[in-house]
Ligand binder design. Structure first.
Ligand code: ATP
Length: 240
């Protein structure tokens, strides 16, 4: 692990036109970590990921990735550097097959050396392998999440930005998705995970940031957050 974090978001302001959403937001992710950003609906979690990926440009502050300032880069350029954004709606191409969805992701990501092949991705996710020739539209919510994560792997991601991967999934599928995220991390992929579900964060994350109204209001390990009833109650609506 290098002395500098893989990702440093430094005092970032960001938003949509006149609407400022993120205020002086700082967080860091070390190589190999799973870090969560947890907060209520509308707190600014997706906006944070969009800003890191380059879909939005910060109006102040800086985003440093692997020692380079990526604040003003477009998403196509951050993808080439090894970032991958898995959005909440998963963005599967419904009319393409599962295999084709993966093949498309192989173009435009990081250099080939970092990526895994489409065949390897299919072998990693049994459910997808069984449905490789089926259209994306035929997948369940959990399978779509697997495919979206598989696309990040094929694209050669070093840092995966995961937006509410468990949203809308049945509890037993949530377990599967958590195992997939752990599997990603075991491959050496660093994960910044956005969640409303604090239980998922506490189980998966090394460290957690709590966001409220566009500001970071807490940082702590999962053990620290789990024990902090005031924070859980005040910002996450969880009563012990
Ligand atoms: P959610 O769980 O609903 O996705 P979130 O924490 O990810 O919540 P964001 O999607 O980042 O929250 O939204 C933060 C704020 O930005 C909200 O007040 C939202 O209304 C606003 N916002 C989101 N997208 C846009 C947009 N395209 N234009 C203007 N305002 C937006």
């Amino acid at each position: 692990m290098s002395a500098d974090p893989l990702l440093a978001v430094d005092a970032v302001d960001s938003g949509y036109g006149e609407t400022q959403v993120l205020r002086d937001l700082s967080l860091s992710v070390e190589a190999g970590e799973i870090v969560s950003l947890v907060g209520r609906n509308g707190a600014g979690k997706t906006t944070t990921l969009r800003t890191i990926m380059g879909i939005l440009t910060p109006t102040d502050g800086a985003i440093i990735y692997d020692g380079e300032d990526i604040s003003t880069l477009e998403p196509t350029e951050t993808a080439t550097r090894g970032l991958a954004f898995v959005p909440e709606d998963r963005r599967i191409f419904p009319e393409l097959t599962v295999r084709e969805n993966l093949e498309i992701a192989a173009h435009g990501g990081a250099p080939e050396a970092d990526s895994i092949s489409v065949t390897e991705a299919l072998e990693t996710f049994e459910n997808l392998n069984a449905r490789a020739s089926n259209p994306g539209s035929s997948l369940s919510g959990g399978e779509q999440q697997m495919l979206a994560i598989g696309r990040a792997l094929v694209g050669g991601a070093d840092l995966v930005l995961l937006d509410e991967p468990t949203e809308g999934l049945a509890p037993y599928i949530v377990q599967d998705v958590m195992e997939i995220v752990e599997g990603l991390n075991d491959r050496g992929i660093t994960v910044l995970l956005v969640e409303q579900n604090v239980h998922v964060c506490l189980e998966l994350a090394d460290r957690n940031y709590v966001i409220d109204q566009g500001e970071i209001v807490y940082e702590g390990t999962s053990a620290q957050l789990e024990a902090d009833e005031e924070i859980l109650d005040r910002y996450l609506g969880v009563t012990a």
